[in-house]
Design a protein around this ligand. Structure first.
Ligand code: FAD
Length: 435
């Protein structure tokens, strides 16, 4: 793209959305500057499943091979009841891989972020320990004020600053008097009815055993009443696990709880004796942890528009939050980036100095493409969370029926979710000529 300096994207946030966006813009030859309030890739103990449709985008960005080389494919799922009895098992991941010819992998979130960062050729465009505090805009661009008090000039500001988005808060404040309904959408867009304890432990839990507790490639799910869990082996002898618990009192942003280590310990004291899977409990997993934490599982899609009618647009968890169970949130953030960059690149190919009106129309088109994906992802994740914790009599009955659901139908459903996902239109389609 000629004269890339003419248009500059300021990205707030160096999480999955922000770093994926930086990579896509770099590949498109669009200038950008990413500001991350903290460090890149902090160790939190969280893991992430990468689905096949996201793998296709990562392949376009040139980082999929590195991710695959560092881990192994997921193959199947084993489902256990609260007494540790196996009631269902399926090689679903393997079958999806056979169809898409891409594996589904589970990796450390930190490794994913590191890989995204390392893939950037020009790292001087990423500034850490600098947050976006405020902004002002005019017809020609936007000026971002950092939390150090510096001003940075750009053409647009993309808020990739997560579920507690500062920028969504600024957009809300700007309309608090003039548009109380939109103020509510922006501030109270997410609810939380579940919490998740998550961790990374050694995959050989007891007595310093080096024999893996879980085999590679298998995800163990356990179903208790109002509580569920999963565990899976990761590369390098790691074990990733989750304990999902229904909250006694649901909450709405901005009042969803921010849990401390003491809260996490109390939760483990209360639920740790439950079987995580046959032969081990959540307390065993906790005891063997290298890192762990607990988060409130907000869910919802913020009512539109996802832009401010000017030069600011929201992506990732800042506008759409799924519960963790289905492993969609980070994948969806990459899809959103893809949908935004496709439209931005197309705009800049036509006009390198677009007006605010052109930009808003582009942001609207991004939202039109991404909103259906956000809605369906939140819906599936919502149901999965309730199903796994057997939230109602009906869901308990469904769980009993689940072993009879044909595998071909399960695979079809999986693929029907993945198939409509976008790719980066300005880069070669890795699947063209593949089949
Ligand atoms: C335990 C756990 C497990 C998960 N597992 C999966 C999974 O298997 N699959 C999946 O797809 N998803 C998973 N998710 C969800 C996924 O992690 C999120 O959807 C994803 O991280 C969202 O990315 P994001 O970049 O939008 O936000 P975030 O990852 O929250 O990143 C936001 C970034 O912005 C920075 N920031 C905040 N404010 C500012 C500011 N004012 N200025 C500059 N920077 C700022 C933050 O420091 C942060 O680095 C999981 C989530 C959790 C908690």
């Amino acid at each position: 793209m000629a004269n890339p300096e003419s248009f500059k994207v300021i990205i707030a946030g160096g999480g999955i959305a922000g770093l994926a966006l930086a990579n896509a813009l770099e590949k498109a030859g669009v200038d950008f500057l990413l500001l991350e309030k903290r460090e890149i890739a902090p160790q939190t103990g969280a893991s992430i499943i990468i689905q096949c449709h996201t793998a296709r985008i990562l392949e376009q960005l040139g980082i999929w091979r590195e991710i695959c080389a560092a881990t192994f494919s997921l193959e199947g799922r084993l489902h256990f009841d609260e007494r540790g009895n196996l009631f269902d098992s399926s090689p679903i991941f393997k079958l999806v891989e056979e169809t898409t010819r891409r594996p589904i992998v589970l990796i450390e979130r930190r490794f994913f972020l590191d890989t995204l960062y390392n893939c950037l050729k020009d790292k001087s465009r990423v500034l850490t320990n600098i947050g976006v505090a405020s902004f002002w805009e005019d017809e020609h661009g936007i000026t971002v004020i950092t939390d150090h008090g510096d001003s940075i000039r750009g053409s647009i500001l993309v808020a990739a600053d997560g579920v507690h988005s500062t920028i969504r808060g600024l957009l809300a404040s700007a309309v608090s008097e003039t548009d109380p309904e939109r103020f509510q959408y922006l501030t109270k867009g997410f609810t939380s009815s579940y919490r998740a304890v998550f961790g990374t432990s050694a995959n050989g839990l007891r007595d310093g055993s080096t024999r893996p507790l879980l085999p590679e490639g298998i995800v163990h799910h356990v179903y208790h009443r109002n509580v569920s869990g999963l565990a899976a082996a990761g590369a390098k002898g790691l074990l990733f696990w989750f304990l999902f618990i229904k909250e006694e009192n649901p909450s709405t942003t901005p009042n969803c709880p921010r849990y401390t280590e003491t809260d996490t310990i109390e939760t483990i004291e209360k639920y740790g004796n439950l079987f995580a899977c046959p032969g081990y409990t959540f307390r065993d997993l906790w005891g063997a942890r290298s890192h762990a934490g607990m988060v409130s599982m907000e869910e919802g899609v913020v009512q539109g528009p996802w832009n401010n009618g000017g030069r600011v647009v929201l992506v990732g968890d800042s506008i759409c939050k799924t519960t963790v169970n289905s492993g969609f949130g980070g994948n969806l953030a990459v899809e959103g980036v893809c949908n935004l960059v496709n439209r931005l690149v197309s705009l800049l190919q036509r006009n390198q100095t677009p007006t605010t009106k052109d930009i808003v129309a582009t942001f609207d088109r991004y939202e039109q493409a991404q909103r259906p994906r956000a809605d369906i992802s939140v819906k599936i994740s919502h149901s999965t969370t309730r199903y796994e914790s057997m939230d109602s009599l009906w869901l308990r009955f469904l769980r009993w029926l689940s072993p009879w659901v044909p595998l071909s139908y399960q695979v079809k459903r999986f693929l029907s979710y993945m198939n409509p996902a976008p790719i980066l239109e300005f880069l070669p389609d890795p699947d063209s000529g593949r089949h």
